[in-house]
Design a protein around this ligand. Structure first.
Ligand SMILES: C[S@@+](CC[C@H](N)C(=O)[O-])C[C@H]1O[C@@H](n2cnc3c(N)ncnc32)[C@H](O)[C@@H]1O
Length: 277
């Protein structure tokens, strides 16, 4: 019982230092929403889908205690390796991680008490298949807890984007622009998906957070924006139009930021908890 008295975790050790980054800042607001709300119980099996570099897998697994066996899944090879390294370095015995697509979960029916996914559902190629697999591997009355960002993410940014398309006479891009803006789910579309797969909604928590930047230039150059968002914006355009668009757009975004005193972007967040009927 008192094994922890013999544990040594020294933050000055290089391998321990390498575990001190639980999740990207972008995910953190969603992560706190999940940690504040997920149902705690004496579970025997917990699954985290889309655990990337280990969140919330490693955190929730530890909060659930040693009697619960926890497993994470993600198709991202390098992230899975990093998660495995963190688990090993922190000497956590009841957690493992599997590289794989959660539309096929390699576990028997009715195995898990709890499944979580922080910012996963809006990234899955086929969310319906993943939700169906979650239903299969959850025990009766087991919980599936998700967080996601919704349509309305960066609404201020997309308003300037739309105006710039009109200003440049780029109406030909409006259809792909709308498709892009609407690819994020709404509360209604997420609940409908879960309902269709025989889940009963138990709790919904809505929240927002803001991302603040000096101006459009700071935003467009930010490493996370370049890594996670810029690609989908660039891909809307052909090569020539891309250059013209972004020159004008950056100028417009900077002018908008100047008037407002900063570029403050809204991110609507949803926590959704449901149980297997
Ligand atoms: C936005 S990240 C969130 C990562 C992490 N949970 C966090 O909070 O930072 C979404 C993750 O879902 C993973 N993913 C995408 N498709 C998946 C699938 N079919 N099955 C499992 N994970 C998937 C991605 O590789 C990525 O790591």
């Amino acid at each position: 019982m008192t094994n922890y008295l013999n544990k040594k975790i020294d933050y000055l050790q290089p391998d321990i230092t390498n575990t001190c980054d639980e999740l990207p800042l972008w995910s953190s607001a969603f992560g706190l929403l999940l940690l504040d709300n997920f149902p705690i119980g004496e579970y025997s099996h917990y699954l985290d889908i889309g655990c990337a570099t280990g969140f919330p897998l490693i955190e929730i697994a530890q909060r659930l205690g040693n009697k619960c066996t926890s497993v994470g899944m993600d198709p991202w090879t390098e992230a899975v390796k990093r998660t495995a390294t963190k688990i090993n370095t922190l000497q956590l015995k009841n957690i493992s991680v599997i590289e794989g697509d959660a539309s096929i979960v390699p576990f028997p029916n009715q195995h898990f008490d709890l499944i979580t996914s922080n910012l996963g559902i809006n990234n899955f190629e086929c969310p319906a298949k993943v939700v169906s697999e979650c239903h299969r591997v959850l025990k009766q009355n087991g919980s599936l807890c998700l967080t996601t960002n919704l349509t309305g993410t960066f609404t201020e940014f997309y308003e300037v984007y739309r105006e710039t398309l009109h200003e440049l006479g780029f109406e030909k891009y409006l259809a792909s622009f709308s498709e892009h803006v609407n690819h994020r789910g709404t509360e209604a579309s997420v609940t409908e998906l879960l309902d269709k797969h025989d889940f009963q909604i138990k709790n919904i928590v809505r929240s927002t957070y803001n991302m603040r930047f000096l101006n459009g230039s700071a935003f467009l150059n930010h490493s996370f924006i370049v890594m996670a968002f810029l690609g989908s914006w660039k891909n809307m355009f052909d090569e020539r139009d891309k250059q013209i668009f972004f020159e004008t757009f950056e100028k417009n975004l900077n002018a908008f930021s100047k008037i407002k005193g900063e570029l403050k972007l809204t991110v609507p967040m949803l926590y959704l908890e449901c149980v297997k009927k």
